[in-house]
Design a binder for this molecule. Structure first.
Ligand SMILES: NC(=O)N[C@H]1NC(=O)NC1=O
Length: 174
C-alpha cells in the first residue's frame, strides 16, 4: 500500500494494520491516526517517534516492557506476535545451541533485574552472536542511558516494520 491508501483508511483498519509497528502497543497507532493525512511514510514515522519521545520516562519503560524476551518463553511456546517471530528467527534466535539459550536466559534475567524492563534490540539488524555480546555489554550500562538506547532500538524495529507495510516509491504515472 502507498501513503495515499494509508490516508484513506478508516481508524479501525489503520489500527489493525499499524497496531503492532511498536510491539504490543496499539495505542501508538491510535494516537497518531488523528494526524492523518500524512504526506509521506517518513511523516507517519516522524509522528510515531514524536509520540514516543514525548512520553514520560515511565511511558517509555512501559513500551519496553511490552516487548518479549529474545529467545525467551514466548518463542519456545509459540506465543510471539508474527512480526517478532519473524525477526527473532531471522537473527537465528530460534536455532540456538543449548549453551547459547542458557546464556541468553541468564543475561536476560540479569538485565531485567537491573533495569526493570527487558533487553530490547532490533533483531533484524543483528545476528545471534552480536545480540549476545550487546546484551552482555548493556547489562553494565547506567539506567537512563540504557532506557534511551532501548527506545532507539524500538524505533529501528518500528522503521523496518513500517517499511514492510507501506511502499515508499512514487506512484507509477505511466
Ligand atoms: N526484546 C526484543 O528486543 N524484542 C524485539 N526485538 C525485535 O527485533 N523484535 C522483537 O520482538
Amino acid at each position: 500500500m502507498d501513503i495515499s491508501a494509508v490516508n484513506a483508511l478508516a481508524y479501525e483498519e489503520f489500527e489493525k494494520i499499524f497496531g503492532n509497528v511498536v510491539e504490543k502497543c496499539p495505542i501508538v497507532a491510535a494516537a497518531v491516526w488523528s494526524q492523518c493525512p500524512f504526506k509521506s511514510l517518513t511523516a507517519l514515522e516522524d509522528a510515531i517517534f514524536e509520540f514516543i519521545d514525548t512520553l514520560p520516562e515511565s511511558g517509555k519503560e512501559g513500551i519496553l516492557r511490552c516487548h518479549p524476551d529474545l529467545a525467551g518463553r514466548d518463542l519456545q511456546m509459540g506465543t510471539l506476535t508474527q512480526e517478532s517471530r519473524e525477526e527473532q528467527s531471522r537473527a537465528g534466535l530460534d536455532a540456538l545451541e543449548s549453551a547459547e539459550r542458557t546464556r541468553m536466559a541468564q543475561l536476560n534475567e540479569e538485565y531485567k533485574a537491573r533495569f526493570g524492563f527487558p533487553f530490547v534490540i532490533c533483531a533484524r539488524m543483528n545476528d545471534k552472536a552480536n545480540i549476545l555480546r550487546q546484551l552482555s555489554e548493556r547489562c553494565q550500562s547506567e539506567r537512563a542511558a540504557e532506557r534511551a538506547r532501548a527506545v532507539e532500538e524500538v524505533k529501528k524495529i518500528c522503521h523496518l516494520r513500517l517499511q514492510g507495510l507501506v511502499r515508499t516509491d512514487a506512484p507509477n504515472k505511466l
